[in-house]
Design a protein around this ligand. Structure first.
Ligand SMILES: [Ca+2]
Length: 142
């Protein structure tokens, strides 16, 4: 268990670093594409959000959401991602929606830093953003 401190600008600079963001999204996409068919199905995308815990937990604080409410929430998320309504989400669709979501998180954080508790081995976008910020600060300090 580790702790990171991030704010909106941490998250925003993570997205602004196109190469880093693209790489993170591609890694995430590949990890989520469980049957390796190059697209994310409804259930694959749901697993994605379950693993990112963007919905069930609010910055590390567990919020209990009824199961049927979650299902309709995940359905509406899927419709959002699947912009061409093909019934699956491709890498392009995934990347553009993730960008919007991460930027929305950044707006939500504003300039108010939050502390996030992370499980060991946690690999989520906010942690990546924090890592990137930390590496920049190290460079500045050295
Ligand atoms: Ca798939």
């Amino acid at each position: 268990m580790g702790v990171v401190v991030i704010d909106g600008s941490t998250v925003r600079s993570f997205v602004a670093d196109e190469e880093q963001f693209k790489k993170s999204v591609e890694e995430r996409f590949a990890a989520l594409d469980l049957n390796n068919d190059g697209v994310l199905s409804r259930s694959e995308l749901r697993k994605a959000f379950e693993s990112m815990r963007l919905l069930e937990s609010h910055f590390g604080v567990d919020v209990v959401t009824p199961q049927d409410e979650l299902t309709s929430l995940y359905d509406s998320i899927f419709e959002k991602f699947d912009t061409d309504q093909s019934g699956s989400v491709d890498l392009e669709e995934f990347r553009s929606e993730m960008k919007k979501i991460v930027l929305a998180i950044a707006d939500g954080l504003g300039s108010c830093p939050i502390t996030m508790a992370l499980d060991d081995g946690d690999d989520n976008f906010l942690k990546k953003a924090a890592d990137l910020e930390a590496s920049k600060l190290e460079k500045k300090a050295s």
